[in-house]
Design a binder for this molecule. Structure first.
Ligand SMILES: Cc1ncc(COP(=O)(O)O)c(C=O)c1O
Length: 402
């Protein structure tokens, strides 16, 4: 049966992880994978999570099967986190909203892709270029077509809508516009508030359905501020899809905790949408795992300690970004490299070629993706100045293919 099967090439991100693990150089720096690290390079479990885990263990809840849509308490709290507690957005949309628990943000994207494929198999999903490496594979695995729109800096650190909308003019009514809600991976370039309004009107006029990927809520400007774009979309449009992840903002990476939310134009459509979402879960994994959702529900319902730790993470990312900017300026970096100062969230896309990224790895033991993405949240304090010098050295090289 498997004799003709050929191994797939290793996913580039996991290959990078392996290469970093096997690198004997003591000063090696892993800026490849998107995880938050503290000033010493560690990713500890949040205190609020440890506290919730202890309380859950003490309460010793039963391990019986849960509903196909997961933990209802968690789903309700996530809906409030996304749409805003006691906000007009929530009040206007709650009776048109369906939320189910998913296996991380990835599971949310795949669940929504399957839902789209059930409702409109002809839909093309438009994703940003550059964009999150897994968007295309996830959408295609559900049998959907994909296409790309450009995601470019307008010179001030926000997205230039002109080329984006110019490309989207080729989209058909019913197509899906997959857009990241905040802290764009890999560029760190986000839409301005004004651009979100323009994009919402554009989607309305063209009959496009937004699918908003919220993987970093709270790690850009704040929990509320980072949801501004998605709330603008839900205020303007009848149908909006939202994939959310608790991996980064709660540090629950391996607990695989997320939600898929669907806003429908009319409340009576909720029943069918929920039943299709539950059917997708049933035939894939039956129901999502409880542990991460139970922890997240505790954090969301008693938010103060979590908010404090989230503030610390966000402040650290900002501080590291600023410090790297200063170190680059002090070392006389060219303007191109200084654009990282304007970016949001965990990532920045460096203006370096794949060859230059290889040089960064081979000569300086610094691991970023070959596309040029580095995880700002992964830079320990002691590595900021050496990183700035290495970037300038590599940028200045004469390289074929620039
Ligand atoms: C833009 C984006 N969407 C979704 C995900 C997937 O999140 P999760 O790890 O919760 O599956 C990521 C993870 O890096 C991401 O960057």
């Amino acid at each position: 049966m498997f004799s003709d099967l050929r191994p797939l090439p290793l996913d580039p991100l996991w290959a990078l992880q392996d290469a970093h693990r096997d690198d004997p150089r003591p000063h090696k720096l892993n800026l490849g994978i998107g995880i938050y690290r503290d000033a010493h390079g560690h990713t500890p479990v949040l205190n609020a999570v440890q506290h919730a885990e202890r309380a859950l263990a003490d309460a010793a809840p039963s391990k019986v099967y849960r509903p196909l849509s997961g933990n209802a308490d968690f789903n309700a709290a996530m809906t409030r986190l996304l749409l805003g507690d006691h906000t007009p957005t929530l009040e206007r949309t709650l009776d048109r909203t369906v939320t189910v628990q998913t296996v991380g943000g990835t599971g949310a994207l795949r669940t929504l892709a399957d839902l789209i494929a059930s409702a409109n198999p002809e839909a093309t999903v438009w994703t940003s270029n550059p964009g999150y490496a897994n968007h295309h594979p996830l959408m295609r695995a559900a049998g959907l077509l994909t296409a790309e729109y450009p995601w470019q800096d307008d010179g001030t650190g926000t997205t230039d809508l002109t080329p984006m909308l110019g490309t989207l003019d080729a989209a058909q009514p019913g197509d899906i516009l997959l857009v990241q809600g905040c802290c764009h991976n890999p560029t760190g370039i986000d839409l301005s508030e004004e651009s979100w309004h323009t994009l919402a009107s554009y989607c309305m006029g063209r009959g496009l359905i937004p699918l908003i990927d919220m993987a970093y809520q709270g790690l850009g400007q704040g929990l509320h501020e980072d949801a501004q774009g998605l709330r603008i979309m839900t205020r303007h449009l009848g149908t909006v899809l939202i994939a959310a992840s608790c991996s980064k903002n709660m540090g629950l990476y391996c607990e695989r905790t997320g939600t898929a939310t669907v806003l429908v134009p009319h409340p009576h459509e909720k029943t069918a949408v929920l039943s299709v979402l539950e059917g997708i879960a049933r035939r894939t994994y039956s129901m999502p795992p409880e542990h991460g959702a139970a922890i997240a529900a505790t954090l969301l319902n008693t938010p103060h300690p979590w908010h404090q730790e989230l503030d610390t993470m966000r402040d650290r990312i900002r501080t590291v970004r600023e410090a790297l900017g200063h170190a680059l300026r002090d070392a006389g970096a060219p303007h191109d490299l200084l654009t990282i100062e304007h970016h949001q969230g965990m990532f920045s896309l460096l203006p370096l070629t794949p060859h230059q990224m290889d040089t960064l790895r081979d000569h300086h033991a610094i691991y970023g993706t070959r596309e040029g993405r580095i995880n700002i949240a992964g830079i320990p304090d002691h590595a900021i100045t050496p990183l700035a010098h290495a970037l300038i050295a590599v940028y200045g090289q004469e390289v074929v293919g620039r």
